[in-house]
Design a binder for this molecule. Structure first.
Ligand SMILES: *Cc1c(COP(=O)(O)O)cnc(C)c1O
Length: 396
């Protein structure tokens, strides 16, 4: 017997739920790519995307997933043999480093943990040792989607400044932009990377790289430029629309991204961040309420270091694979798989982008039903705890 027939719910950390408004906006015939509305829309993307990252920096548009934006950031700012420092807080920053290695960059990883954010004091100490300034860039993620740790980007900037180090500061916001407070200019970030399919509510296939003046100056001397990713032709403001994308523009994604920007503007970025904070705290309260010594628990102990977009739940003695299977095949709820080191001992709940209390409480209620059906050890009702957090917000 399955109860799954109804609207399916995908609670994975990307691709996240695409709003009907965005899907409908994308469902249009192809247009003139040389002239008219589409060109104006690209201009709007270039004008409005900087505000989402809270910057006045230029933004480059790629037709790719996040990996493409990673490669664009590396190959336009660094040279063969340059050293970079990658700050580990899970899988994703080292994966960015691995990609940089294939481009010819020499990567050093500052080791981190699986449940705590990057330690700014360790960053400062390592940079102080680098008296000859051999390290050309520092790479970090704002949110690691595997550990679901959130790093304190402003504190890491302060650590770089305290060491008086000139390295470029590059931040991956793929799992956090448009969900979690991010201040590219105020926090002194030189390069920011994001993609459409997580907090930005658009299907995978387009990504963005914001580059400030220091990053554009680094472009002038970097020697890893390749044809497609090269910023040069894209920087030419007089060049035809076609060259903004180094080829045919992603017509449907442009329509979708414009609609998503309208939605973010209607809600207001600060409200978007607030909504994510409330919903995330309700997920954390649910897991805490379920938690028993031999059962579920949150991977990230420190509430201030938890991502507001995705949560890794450790499963203890509970069979997380069976829980995910019950949720998906019996109730139409897809949960996130554990990542890397968490294999066989966790699942993830994605809660980013187009999400409100009925959607999230439905997800948490379905997980609770699945746990009950498995006779899993549960200390109490996670749904009641989550509703309590939302109710507290409603009183204000
Ligand atoms: C998803 C993700 C990536 C990879 O993005 P793709 O679009 O899958 O290439 C990189 N970094 C973070 C933090 C992510 O969450």
């Amino acid at each position: 017997m399955t109860l799954q027939f109804g609207r399916p719910m995908v609670a994975i950390p990307g691709p996240s739920i695409v709003p009907d408004r965005v899907l409908n906006a994308m469902h249009r015939p192809m247009a003139n790519i040389y002239d008219g509305e589409l060109v104006e829309m690209t201009n709007r993307l270039k004008q409005e995307l900087p505000a989402i990252a809270r910057t006045t920096a230029d933004v480059f548009l790629t037709i790719s997933n996040g990996h493409g934006a990673w490669e664009m950031a590396i190959t336009n700012t660094l040279s063969r043999g340059d050293k970079v420092l990658v700050l580990e807080s899970g899988h994703f920053a080292p994966a960015w480093g691995a990609l940089a290695t294939t481009a010819g960059v020499d990567v050093e990883i500052l080791p981190g943990s699986l449940d705590r954010p990057v330690d700014p004091a360790a960053v400062e100490a390592r940079l102080r040792e680098d008296v000859d300034h051999e390290l050309r860039a520092v790479l970090v993620v704002q949110v690691d989607t595997g550990t679901t740790v959130r790093n304190d980007i402003a504190a890491i900037r302060s650590a770089i400044d305290a060491a008086d180090h000139p390295a470029l500061f590059m931040v991956d916001c793929i799992a956090s932009l448009g969900c979690v407070r991010y201040e590219m200019d105020a926090w002194g970030v030189d390069v920011t990377v994001a993609a459409t399919q997580k907090g930005l509510m658009v299907p995978p296939g387009m990504a963005f790289v914001w580059a400030n003046g220091k990053a554009l100056a680094a472009y002038e001397t970097s020697d890893l430029h390749t044809g497609y990713w090269d910023w040069g032709p894209r920087l030419d403001k007089e060049a035809p629309h076609y060259y903004q994308y180094a080829g045919t523009p992603p017509v449907s994604h442009i329509y979708g991204m414009i609609e998503a920007l309208d939605m973010l503007a209607e809600e207001g970025l600060e409200n978007v961040w607030r909504r994510h904070d409330v919903l995330a705290r309700s997920v954390h309260a649910a897991v805490d309420a379920w938690s028993t010594p031999d059962g579920l628990s949150l991977n990230v102990g420190d509430p201030d270091a938890r991502a507001a977009t995705v949560t890794t739940v450790l499963t203890g003695s509970i069979d997380g694979e069976r829980l995910r299977a019950i949720c998906e095949s019996r109730m139409g709820l897809t949960l996130g798989i554990p990542f890397g080191a968490f294999d066989g001992r966790a699942f993830r709940i994605g809660h980013m982008g187009h999400l409100n209390p009925p959607m999230l409480l439905g997800t948490l209620g379905s997980i609770e039903a699945g746990l009950q059906a498995m006779d899993a050890p549960l200390a109490g009702s996670g749904v009641a705890a989550a509703a309590g957090v939302i109710a507290e917000e409603l009183r204000t």
